[in-house]
Write a protein that binds this ligand. Structure first.
Ligand SMILES: Nc1ncnc2c1ncn2[C@@H]1O[C@H](COP(=O)(O)OP(=O)(O)OP(=O)(O)O)[C@@H](O)[C@H]1O
Length: 802
């Protein structure tokens, strides 16, 4: 047996008291009102209902209900023609899923939460579903909340309105519900739990009907008061656990945190199901295509416009802008479909989103966005955060750190905006994103978003300052939250700020940016671009420009020598030829693809020292009688070799020492084998290998030197390949052997010692490997000589290849 259809398309308002009244949608009292039902006529006379001229006895209770309920909250109320409904053939799959779920006679869940961002189309789905269920005789009742509405904006009449519809929709519930109210008329003003229990649960319990009855509640977030929203859900939950078979509740709302928390994941175990109103680009396309062709067909000015109108690429762009949600699509159709204007002109206005003319194509959309933004708490904090999200893709944690907020504050600030933004929780690293591309256009246009506009110069300068201050460092604390995207975007963002008085407030943080950001974090062309930008800014002081010229020079050296990349001739660094600079140059050649930041650490230089060494032409150098610098290049190789041997030994000690808290070397090796080692330690290991390679070339290029000979004895050749992979170890042994052989008194006892200590596998030095080692060495020497040429240095700095 199916639910009896008694109020086919019933519409009306609070009925009259006593005498005879009509459901009239406007609350007429007494006398005879005008029937407002679409398909049926309801009158109340002497306590009996007359519906379509048929008497319903024992109706006093229903009459009382009739006077209190919010008939305008029902799906097909008088003015429901204005309310959203699904365009034919859209959301078909979703509607079928919902209908199937509601009709399942062995359900896993009895409550379904339909959620989605503002304008996703929830109400349209709910209204269309209500109509379908009603036609199938399966609708128990529905209530469509509407923010700020006198009766639909609160829950005072929610359960009485549903009970009233149940009585009308399910024949066998009429009498029991009527009796409850007749016996206790005060029930209409009792608590939600009592109303649910007495008016819905008990009558349904006694009901022999076994097909599920569906109750729809739309726009819960529009019901006044978070507390009330929670209470409604608790009341439903209790009721549905009492009636697992009979009643199904579908509740639709935006994913506001207060409501989301009532439906935590995982859902099935808890008797409810979450159902996301997902984007549907296909449905939006179908809707737009059909609406445009209707306008094309019907509008008097469109006869000469060729079909298809608009062209497919324009339609595609509009679909893209909708983000797969209907709000944008339906808003522009409303705007274009106006008898008083040419649709082609209106479409052109839509395409030109920057338009701020008095008439906006997005009036309805803007109102929606404004309402949501204005009702958000902590508004003064919202705009800067939105500005950051628009310009840099960020997650909430990154925003907390950027704005120096306590962890979790960003999520709290954005709590009121979940219908516009997807805000992953604080423990996730997913970026905050916008549900609608149209919201971005809105925020970008001051004429539309007014105080919330993120593209005002003032807001952009503020954001630039905050971001630059984060780069003042220390680098170790801030690098982690600067995503790749952020790094690339930052410089575009700075460049987009034209010279002005406001820009001067950015100059101090630009001068204080930690060079680690410049040489490690940011793209390599950042110094050049910042320099160009600074040079356009009249208030930029000379020393700031010089600082960035130096960064540019250092970056060029790194690029040209370290990375073997071409550098434009005008940017070629002018090498001051100081001994310090020579050390840096040697390091760049010996350790290819190693940045200045790593070399700085290896050479124990501060950034200012490195800058002076590379860029200060006054770094003094001894010169011969022709004014040429006296640079003993091979001695410089020796000095660098000694420095790196010390570095290697220090690393070795550090790795054993308390910094890494390894009980012993063996414990550390064991951890490496089990891959439990953390990233830092692995990096150390790689660094040690690189050092071993570098030292092998440096030693071979050094002049005979007893100190160096002595230092080499301090390098332990260990059996377990920790810092010395077999290849880096054989390279070290090979080149050191060559050097030892070349000494005036060849001294091969060190190699004999290493071999003995290690029970050294002679295969390591097989013919193929020896060849490779020689090739590598020749490459390095060649590279050194080419560098001398590329930098226009004195040719006596070149090295012979033996
Ligand atoms: N399937 C559809 N076919 C045609 N128009 C639709 C469809 N779904 C939604 N719309 C239109 O999109 C707009 C927004 O829809 P709706 O009000 O249902 O969204 P909502 O998710 O309930 O939004 P809110 O959370 O703001 O209440 C309305 O103008 C509606 O007419």
């Amino acid at each position: 047996m199916s639910v009896q259809k008694m109020n086919n398309h019933f519409v009306g308002g609070t009925g009259g008291a006593g005498g005879e009244s009509h459901g009239n949608g406007m609350g007429g009292r007494g006398g005879e009102g005008i029937g407002a039902s679409l398909n049926c006529d309801i009158r109340v006379r002497d306590g009996n209902f007359i519906m379509n001229n048929a008497y319903h006895h024992g109706s006093r209770g229903i009459e009382i209900l009739h006077r209190t309920v919010a008939l305008e909250a029902i799906h097909d109320s008088t003015d429901s023609f204005m309310e959203p409904k699904c365009h034919p053939e859209t959301r078909t799959e979703m509607l079928k899923d919902l209908s199937d779920w509601a009709g399942d006679t062995h359900p896993k869940t009895t409550t379904l939460w339909l959620y989605g961002p503002a304008g996703a189309g929830k109400s349209a789905i709910m209204r269309t579903l209500a109509t379908q269920l009603h036609e199938d005789g399966r609708l128990g009742g529905c209530f469509f909340f509407k923010r700020g509405h006198a009766t639909r904006g609160n829950a005072k009449t929610l359960f009485t309105t549903i009970a009233y519809q149940l009585a009308l929709n399910v024949e066998s519930l009429w009498t029991p519900i009527s009796k409850v109210v007749e016996k206790n008329p005060s029930i209409v003003a009792r608590s939600m739990a009592t109303q649910m229990q007495e008016l819905i649960s008990k009558p349904c319990c006694a009901h022999e009907h076994h097909d599920p009855i569906v109750i729809l509640i739309d726009g819960l977030d529009e019901c006044d008061g978070y507390g009330v929203q929670g209470e409604i859900l608790r009341t439903i939950r209790n009721a549905s656990s009492n009636h697992p078979i009979l009643l199904r509740f579908i509740v639709a709302s935006r994913p506001e945190p207060e409501i989301s928390k009532m439906f935590p994941l995982p859902d099935h175990s808890r008797n409810y199901r979450r159902f996301n109103v997902e984007q549907s680009f296909d449905d939006v396309r179908k809707y737009l295509r059909e609406e445009f062709s209707r306008i094309h067909r019907d509008h008097s000015t469109m006869a000469h416009i060729p079909s298809p109108w608009p062209e497919p690429n324009v339609l595609g762009e509009l679909v893209r802008k909708s983000s797969g949600y209907f709000i944008y699509a339906s808003t522009i159709i409303k705007f274009i479909d106006d008898e008083n204007y040419r649709p082609t002109h209106r479409l052109a206005m839509v395409q030109n989103v920057k338009s701020t003319g008095s008439e906006s194509p997005f009036e309805a959309l803007d109102q929606l966005y404004m309402t949501i933004l204005s009702s958000a708490p902590r508004q003064s904090e919202v705009t800067p955060i939105l500005c950051a999200i628009v310009n840099f893709e960020l997650c909430s944690k990154e925003i907390d750190r950027l704005f120096r907020l306590t962890e979790g504050e960003t999520c709290l600030c954005l709590r009121g905006l979940h219908s516009l933004l997807a805000v992953p929780s604080n423990d996730e690293n997913d970026k905050i994103s916008f549900h609608h591309a149209s919201f971005l256009d809105f925020l970008d246009n001051p004429g539309r978003s007014q105080t919330f506009c993120v593209s005002t110069f003032h807001n952009r300068i503020d954001l630039a300052r905050i971001v630059l201050e984060a780069c003042v460092g220390p680098h170790e604390n801030t690098d982690g939250f600067l995503s790749r995207f952020f790094r690339h975007k930052l410089i575009d963002f700075i460049e987009s700020l034209p010279p002005s008085a406001e820009v001067t407030e950015l100059l101090p943080p630009i001068g204080a940016v930690d060079p680690e950001f410049i040489f490690v974090v940011f793209p390599t062309n950042v110094p050049k671009r910042i320099l160009a930008w600074l040079k356009k800014e009249p208030s930029a002081p000379g020393n700031l420009i010089k600082l960035w010229e130096d960064y540019d020079c250092m970056a060029s050296l790194e690029k040209m020598v370290g990375w073997d990349l071409p550098v434009c001739p005008s940017a070629k660094p002018i090498f001051p030829c100081s001994p310090e600079c020579l050390r840096i140059l040697i390091s760049l050649v010996v350790f290819p693809r190693t940045g200045l930041s790593t070399l700085r650490g290896r050479l124990d230089l501060t950034w200012p020292e490195m800058r002076t060494a590379i860029c200060d032409p006054s770094s003094t150098v001894a010169r011969d009688q022709h004014g040429r610098p006296v640079l003993a290049v091979r001695l410089a190789f020796r000095d660098v070799a000694l420095q790196y041997i010390h570095k290697m030994m220090k690393n070795q000690l550090d790795m054993r020492g308390p910094v890494y808290a390894w009980e012993s070397r063996d414990a550390k090796f064991e951890a490496i084998r089990r891959r439990e080692i953390n990233d830092t330690a692995e990096k150390e290991q790689i660094e040690q290998r690189e050092l071993a390679f570098g030292i092998s070339y440096l030693v071979r290029l050094s002049p005979p030197c007893p100190i160096l000979h002595q230092e080499l004895w301090s390098i332990p050749i260990v059996p377990d390949p920790d810092w010395q992979s077999s290849w880096s170890r054989s390279s070290l042994i090979h080149h050191v052997s060559k050097w030892l052989e070349s000494l005036p008194v060849p001294a091969m006892e060190l190699i004999a010692f290493w071999k003995q200590a290690d029970k050294f596998d002679l295969n390591l030095l097989d013919f193929r490997r020896l060849n490779d080692a020689e090739k590598e060495w020749r490459n390095r020497v060649n590279k050194w000589n080419q560098t001398i040429v590329r930098l226009d240095l004195f040719s006596d700095l070149k090295l012979p290849i033996h």
